[in-house]
Every structure is written in structure tokens, then in C-alpha cells.
Design a protein around this ligand. Structure first.
Ligand SMILES: NC(=O)C1=CN([C@@H]2O[C@H](COP(=O)(O)OP(=O)(O)OC[C@H]3O[C@@H](n4cnc5c(N)ncnc54)[C@H](O)[C@@H]3O)[C@@H](O)[C@H]2O)C=CC1
Ligand SMILES: O=C(O)[C@H]1O[C@H](OP(=O)(O)OP(=O)(O)OC[C@H]2O[C@@H](n3ccc(=O)[nH]c3=O)[C@H](O)[C@@H]2O)[C@H](O)[C@@H](O)[C@@H]1O
Length: 444
């Protein structure tokens, strides 16, 4: 099929590249000229394992093209995916300005029948707005061209994006017209080796809602466990054991019940807010969903609170080594990363920070911690240790899992570790002479 993907970010670039990998003819469009120039030179603007090789392979065999010109890439196109950002607006709702701008541009320039697909995460009712915007532009041009608007939310995770897309748990398609649903089924058939049971078709509104509910459910599991962790600490229980104890019940399961220093990323925070807001707009106070966000906001500062409890409110003259800045491992993405909140809190109390992250230091330095004084960046995790009063682990990158504990202990001014991701065994840490603080368990 001939496919145009509009918005070449995490979702657009991964989706477009994976569709190309399956032999479709794909053009990825972005308004960011420098991003498109880089992609044409084989430079990938984000860090995502496996993506670079797949982009280059498909670019070289002409299944994948890049352009800034949407108007030149709609003629004869079967399906146009909208994959632009839907950031949080001033009132907490999803800001649709980029989506509706793209809808307008599609209406202004389409020449042949088209299926327009909302892949961006958008509130219920957005497909109707996209449809109305395109219709208005066609009317302005006084032309009649068949088109349909379909919802196809994306469930990939950063860091696992390629495998999530190539081997999806499910593909949700909301289409009110059976012919559009069938076309989408054909497109995705190549991703399902054994039949199409994982292709789930429904009406447009239900598909739009499914995306928010999936993210809100996962965020709820995390906030629930973080709340449980905070209770465990106070009553003398060990959340690590509790997690295993409950996860073994197949009705509960093990996934997404790891306590930590709060969820971050570009989606959970904004999507939980947006769903809460949607409910409010329809006269319903979704108090559970509101609480998920409140618990998470507080959780992002739990490690800073432990530091204050150990070292005092005034941290002037203290230095902390930080291992991990990105919101999760295997990505350079720092959007809403707990590290931002923790570091700013400690610096405001007078502390200095020596930070290391395998991939996210450029993002931190250039945007998210830009202008935050007293933060220095280092080339390895061990470089952060000399002169530091304690180490704080904030992202569960694999390279932090089994460090050289002897070096960790001897290079720090004193062997104190705050672990925001519960990576180490507390008894082993104590036996090695560490003072070890983790989430959801009193230090032994
Ligand atoms: N990042 C993720 O892991 C996931 C994101 N989503 C959703 O997918 C959507 C996109 O998210 P990301 O890819 O992370 O965003 P992103 O910010 O990485 O990429 C969006 C891209 O759209 C481009 N853009 C904006 N206006 C444009 C226009 N008029 N024409 C062409 N390009 C334009 C921007 O320059 C940017 O490159 C959001 O709604 C998000 O909630 C859904 C699942 C996973
Ligand atoms: O809509 C989206 O953008 C995506 O949001 C999440 O993907 P992502 O944000 O990339 O990352 P996750 O692996 O879900 O982690 C999110 C946050 O939760 C935290 N987390 C995750 C799991 C857990 O048990 N505990 C926990 O604290 C992570 O550290 C991270 O900060 C969802 O997992 C994807 O299915 C969805 O498509």
C-alpha cells in the first residue's frame, strides 16, 4: 500500500519504518526541516534500539522516504496516518492544535480518495473534529473526494518500540465504515503470522477511549503499588515480597507492579490528566483517576525526602551522584522523568549533583535541566562517585544492575545508596557495608 505518515516523532518514525519493512511504500512527513534532513542522511533523531538499521535499510531500498511537504505526498495515497503530538493543554485536556492543523492540510491538498487514521492519542470525539475539518476544506475548494476517518491508537513502549510494533499484542481499529476496517485489516495482516485474532475492530469512539483506558489502567497499577510501598515502609513490611506475593495470583499478574520513584514519560502523565479532564467535561468527577496523578506527583519526590531525612533540610556543601536521568531505561527521553524533579529539589536545598546516564545527558543538559546550576555531567557511572556523599539510582538501566560494589563503596565519601528502582538486595548491601535506602522497605 502507499502510506503517508504525518509527524515523524517516536510513533510516526517507528510506525512508518515498520510499515515500510513489510513492503509498503511509506513517506514520513514532518514540519521540522532539520529532522527530515538528518533522516535523509541516515541520522536518527531519537535513541530507539533497532530503529537506525531498519530506517537505513528501507531508505536504501526506496520503501521509506522523508519529506516536509504533505501536499506533494497525498496523491494516490491509500492511508494517511496522523502521528503528531497531543500535549497537555492549559486546562489538562489534550491540545488538538497539531492534529487539527494536519487535518486542515489534508483537506487543502488531498486529490484522491483517502483513509485518514488518527494514530495520535486523542480524546473521544476527535475523529469527528478531524472529519469536519477535512470536509470544510474540501467544501472551500468546492471539490468532492471520498475520505473516511479511522482511529488506530498506538500501544508501543519506548525502548521496545520496534518489537511492540512488529509483534503487537493487539491492533485496535475504530472504524464506522466496514470497508475502511477491512483495508486496515489488510494492512496489519502482515504483522500477524497466525491469523488475525489480535486485530480488534470496534466503533471509532470506543477505539479512542481504549487508548486512554489502557494507559490509565497501567498508571493506576503503578500508583497503587507506590502507595502500597509507602504503607509497607511505615508498617515494617517489604514491598518486594508483597509484589511477588500478589503477582503470583494470575488475576493480578506481575507486570507493571514495580514500585519506584514514580512514572514519567510523554504519555502516562498527560493521558491520565486528559482522561480526568474528559470525565469532568462530561459532568463526572473521576476521583480514582485523579488520585493516580496525585500519588504519582508525590512519589516523584520520595527519594528526595529520604535524602533530606538522612542528610538534613539544608544540603549546602553536599554532593550526590545520580545514576540515570531518562524516565525509563533504553531511551534518551526525559519527558516528565522523576530525575528532573528530584535533582531540582535537591539543588534548591543547596546540593550539587554529579550525573551520569548512558543516553539522556544531552537531553538533560540542553532542555530539561538547562540552567539548573550545580549539575555536572560525567562520562561513566564511576566518575560521579569521588567527592559524593551518596549515590542515587533513578533509572533502572541494565548497566547499573551489577556495578563494581567495591568501587562504589570506596569511591563515595561514605557508602550511602538511595535506590529509586529497588535494584539491589538490601541484606547483601548491608553485608558489604552500605547504608541502603530503597522504596517500600525500611533500611535494615
Ligand atoms: N511516544 C510514545 O511512546 C507514544 C506516543 N503516543 C502518542 O502518539 C502521538 C505522537 O507522540 P510522539 O511520537 O511521542 O511525539 P513527538 O513529539 O516525538 O513527534 C511528533 C512530531 O510531529 C511533528 N509535527 C507537528 N506538527 C506537524 C505538522 N503539522 N505536520 C507534520 N509534522 C508535524 C513534530 O515536528 C514532531 O516531530 C501523541 O499523541 C502520543 O500521545 C502513543 C503511543 C506511544
Ligand atoms: O501511550 C504511550 O506513549 C505508551 O505509554 C507507555 O509506554 P512508555 O511511556 O514508553 O513506558 P513504560 O514502560 O510504560 O513506563 C512508563 C513509566 O512507568 C514506570 N514504571 C513502569 C512499570 C512499573 O512496574 N513501574 C514503573 O514505575 C517506568 O519507570 C516509566 O517511568 C505504555 O506502556 C505504552 O503501552 C503506551 O503506548
Amino acid at each position: 500500500m502507499k502510506i503517508t505518515v504525518i509527524g515523524t516523532g517516536y510513533v510516526g518514525l517507528v510506525s512508518g519504518t515498520c510499515f515500510a519493512e513489510m513492503g509498503n511504500k511509506v513517506t514520513c512527513i514532518d514540519i521540522d526541516q532539520s529532522k527530515i534532513n538528518k533522516l535523509k542522511q541516515g541520522v536518527i533523531p531519537i535513541y530507539e534500539p533497532g530503529l537506525e538499521a531498519m530506517v537505513i535499510r528501507n531508505y536504501d531500498r526506496n520503501t521509506l522516504k522523508f519529506s516536509t511537504k504533505l501536499s506533494e505526498n497525498l496523491d494516490g495515497c491509500d492511508i494517511a496516518f496522523i502521528a503528531v503530538g497531543t500535549p497537555t493543554g492549559d486546562d489538562g485536556s489534550a491540545d488538538l492544535k497539531y492534529v487539527l492543523q494536519v487535518a486542515k492540510e489534508i483537506g487543502e491538498s488531498m486529490t484522491t480518495p483517502l483513509i485518514v487514521v488518527d494514530k495520535s492519542t486523542v480524546p473521544v470525539g476527535t475523529a469527528d473534529k478531524v472529519r469536519a475539518t477535512i470536509s470544510q476544506e474540501l467544501e472551500n475548494r468546492q471539490v468532492t473526494i471520498d475520505f473516511d476517518v479511522v482511529s488506530n491508537p498506538e500501544f508501543l513502549k519506548e525502548g521496545d518500540a520496534i518489537s511492540d510494533f512488529m509483534k503487537p499484542d493487539r491492533v485496535v481499529v475504530g472504524a464506522d465504515n466496514p470497508a475502511s476496517a477491512e483495508k486496515m485489516k489488510q494492512l496489519y495482516a502482515t504483522f500477524f503470522r497466525s491469523g488475525s485474532a489480535r486485530f480488534i475492530a470496534m466503533d471509532v469512539r470506543s477505539a479512542e477511549m481504549t487508548k486512554y483506558v489502557a494507559n490509565a489502567m497501567l498508571a493506576t497499577k503503578i500508583s497503587f503499588m507506590n502507595e502500597v510501598a509507602n504503607i509497607c515502609e511505615r508498617v515494617g513490611a517489604d514491598v518486594n515480597d508483597v509484589r511477588i506475593g500478589i503477582g503470583s495470583d494470575s488475576r493480578i499478574g506481575y507486570s507493571f507492579i514495580y514500585p519506584g520513584c514514580g512514572y514519567g514519560g510523554s504519555c502516562f502523565p498527560k493521558d491520565v490528566k486528559a482522561l480526568h479532564r474528559t470525565a469532568k467535561e462530561h459532568g463526572y468527577e473521576a476521583s480514582l483517576i485523579g488520585a493516580v496523578e496525585t500519588v504519582n506527583d508525590a512519589q516523584k519526590l520520595v527519594i528526595a525526602k529520604k535524602v533530606v531525612k538522612r542528610f538534613g533540610e539544608d544540603l549546602t556543601g553536599k554532593t550526590f551522584a545520580v545514576w540515570g536521568l531518562s524516565f525509563k531505561p533504553d531511551t534518551d527521553d526525559m519527558r516528565e522523568a522523576p530525575a528532573i524533579y528530584i535533582i531540582k529539589d535537591l539543588v534548591a536545598r543547596g546540593a550539587s549533583i554529579k550525573a551520569y546516564d548512558p543516553k539522556a545527558m544531552h537531553e538533560a543538559q540542553s532542555f530539561y535541566l538547562k540552567g539548573v546550576s550545580k549539575v555536572t555531567y560525567h562520562n561513566s557511572k564511576y566518575e560521579t562517585l569521588p567527592g559524593s556523599d551518596a549515590m542515587m539510582l533513578l533509572t533502572d538501566w541494565k548497566e547499573f544492575r551489577i556495578p563494581d560494589f567495591e568501587e562504589l563503596k570506596t569511591q563515595l565519601k561514605q557508602p550511602v545508596v538511595f535506590d529509586g528502582r529497588n535494584q539491589y538486595d538490601d541484606k547483601a548491601m548491608k553485608d558489604m557495608g552500605f547504608e541502603y535506602f530503597q522504596i517500600g522497605k525500611q533500611p535494615i
